[in-house]
Design a protein around this ligand. Structure first.
Ligand code: CUK
Ligand code: CUA
Length: 622
């Protein structure tokens, strides 16, 4: 077992202490010169006014529940798109569509974004993301940069591993970080090994209706699944994910989940799993088709790996998968081809929970230990197939050759990088050029804002010798990002008229208020610079209702003009929605507060924006 554990337990304790405290920055910087960028670096990141960036960077917003959009190489923040948490800037979480998608949740923890793919290349159409905080998955339409669907994932808790998509977006797999009892019910922790499971969900995306759907689930052993990646080309039907806590510890994981010398990479063939489901090889659990690997055999294998791995990444040619050691200095390169042979010849070293374990020696290609590099977490690739691994503990990015294991270059970053992302990095043909390190700790990088600082993103020029040439603060907390060529994304300028939408009106004379008992439906218009709710009223911009009425307001922005967005807020009613050009949006609420409440447009839309107001009058109950 020694080969997997190139560090002694004493050293391990040291790594753990450093990992936990982030404490000893002097030791990590004393041998390195942390230099700022120069004037010629500045020219490389300078995108003159009137010109636009070459790439979009989509950075996950972690526990902000949002997605941050940046331009590369300027590193200018362009937009924040709310995904799993409400946002008063865009009215997300207030209008009916987003309110329904969000359910009762008011926060999320967005870890891993993933673009839709066609032939292993980003196609620029959709972005997927998962919520570790409340076990959800979302899809964003890149024509509008808005979220179209969110699903709750049953039987699972914290789909951290995901999202990762297969070569033609056949599936989006959501393995879970926390194991819980099936059906999400109560089971005592003493029964953890018997009753708890780490469920992976196979989700499909229906492009026509922009809906996500769970096709089947797999009841994996009660371990923690950490990171995953889909195969490419030769390994296109396969996917890999790392595990830790194969010890099945139920308390003090910091120590107890690092006891065994090894954990595993789970290797599975999704085509085989889909076939099993087709053949009825599953059980119905909580309305889901659940595969139990101990009963429904085939398609899933374990590959031993040094203890507590974190990232696993498939090379652009699809031939290898690389596991990062987190607590060790080691990276391990495994060969898909060798794994396929080992499976064919049944080179197994026993099993766990009915899942065959492949022999380490049969699958391992090489172990890589860049000198003095500590805490490898995640790996990205360039156009030459070279690997770039973030070193969390030694605060650097190391470039190395997966074919030889040789270290080629390294650059310090400030500080403690989690992921990094290279241009088109997860495709079958990365671009090289740029790499952005997503650093967990900014420390002294920017003007202080108190004891807690923003995170930092550093742009690294990888076209020659690696150099950090720009550093920008970012809100908590990018876990991962995706960088796509800007011209792949085709946004719309305005929403098209949708004559089939019963809630939409496009002419001022159609604006009306319909009363039916205690239900009030408003079909209104927003335009520069007025609201029209009832064209026949002597005050068309006033909505008057009785206390207790159920009010539904459908509002259409009839300014078919790029960037002319209107907001709709009712003062003191905790209510604000947005109508983008041509868009119809609906808000529903109960008029439970009697009184006089000004209505106003929240988005500055014209010189007379201040005049874009009205009144919401609520007559008290007698
Ligand atoms: S995890 Cu954050 S650094 Cu959620 Cu991808 Cu590794
Ligand atoms: Cu419409 Cu301001």
């Amino acid at each position: 077992m020694k080969a997997w554990v190139p560090i002694t337990s004493g050293l391990l304790a040291g790594f753990l202490a450093a990992t936990i405290s982030f404490g000893n920055f002097s030791s990590r910087t004393e041998n390195k010169t942390v230099s700022g960028s120069t004037k010629s670096d500045a020219e490389k990141v300078y995108v003159p006014f009137g010109k636009q960036d070459e790439y979009y960077l989509f950075a996950s917003g972690g526990h902000s529940g949002q997605m941050f959009i940046y331009g590369v190489p300027s590193m200018r923040h362009i937009r924040t798109v709310p995904v799993f948490s409400p946002d008063s800037a865009t009215g997300y979480g207030f209008d009916e569509h987003s309110k329904k998608m969000m359910g009762d949740y008011t926060w999320g923890d967005l870890h891993h974004p993933a673009f839709s793919e066609t032939n292993g290349d980003y196609d620029g159409k959709y972005m997927f993301a998962t919520d570790v905080g409340n076990s959800r998955a979302a899809v964003m339409d890149l024509k509008t940069f808005t979220v179209k669907d969110i699903i709750n994932v049953p039987n699972t808790s914290g789909p951290h591993c995901a999202a990762f998509v297969t070569e033609n977006t056949e599936y989006l797999f959501l393995p879970t970080r926390f194991s819980v009892p099936l059906g999400s019910k109560y089971e005592p922790l003493d029964d953890y090994s018997k009753k708890y499971r780490g469920v992976m969900s196979a989700v499909t995306f229906d492009e026509k209706n922009t809906k996500l759907n769970i096709e089947y689930q797999v009841a994996l052993p009660p371990w923690s699944y950490d990171l995953s990646d889909a195969g490419k080309k030769v390994s296109a039907d396969w996917a890999v994910m790392t595990t830790y806590n194969t010890e099945e510890a139920t308390t003090n994981l910091e120590i107890n989940a690092s006891q065994a010398d090894r954990d595993y990479i789970v290797l599975f063939n999704w085509k085989e799993l889909a076939k099993m489901v087709k053949d009825g090889q599953y059980e119905e659990i909580d309305g889901q088709k659940m595969i139990f690997p101990e009963k429904h055999k085939g398609g899933i294998y374990l590959v031993p790996v040094a203890k507590s791995p974190h990232g696993v990444d498939v090379t652009p040619d699809g031939k290898y998968f690389i596991a990062s050691g987190k607590l060790a200095p080691a990276l391990t390169v495994f060969s898909f081809e060798k794994a396929f042979k080992a499976i064919e010849h049944k080179e197994f070293a026993g099993d766990r929970n009915g899942i065959p374990i492949l022999k380490y020696e049969s699958v391992m290609e090489r172990e890589v230990n860049p000198e003095n590099a500590l805490g490898p977490l995640h790996t990205q690739f360039d156009d030459q197939g070279m690997a770039y691994t973030t070193m969390f503990i030694s605060s650097e990015v190391v470039k190395w050759d997966p074919k030889t294991g040789k270290t080629l270059d390294r650059v310090p970053v400030q500080y403690s990088p989690g992921h990094s992302v290279s241009a088109e990095g997860d495709t079958v043909s990365p671009d090289g050029k740029w790499l952005v390190a997503l650093n967990k700790i900014a420390k002294d990088s920017y003007l202080s804002v108190g004891p807690s600082h923003p995170e930092s993103m550093q742009l690294i020029d990888i076209s020659g010798k690696m150099k950090v040439i720009q550093s920008v603060p970012v809100n908590p907390e990018p876990h991962y990002a995706q960088m796509i060529k800007a011209d792949k994304i085709k946004t719309i300028e305005v929403y098209e008229k949708d004559e089939k939408n019963q809630n939409a009106i496009y002419k001022q004379e159609q604006a009306k208020i319909v009363r039916n008992g205690n239900k009030v439906d408003v079909y209104g218009i927003a335009m520069r610079s007025k609201f029209i709710f009832d064209v026949k009223s002597k005050r068309p911009d006033v909505i008057e209702v009785n206390e207790g009425d159920e009010v539904t307001i459908h509002l259409t922005n009839i300014d078919f003009d790029e960037d002319i967005t209107h907001g709709f807020a009712i003062n003191s009613y905790n209510l604000n929605i947005e109508v983008q050009p041509g868009q119809t949006n609906t808000v529903k609420f109960k008029a439970d507060k009697a009184g006089t409440f000004p209505i106003y447009c929240t988005n500055f839309c014209s010189a007379l924006h201040q005049e874009m107001t009205g009144y919401f009058l609520v007559k008290p109950k007698q």
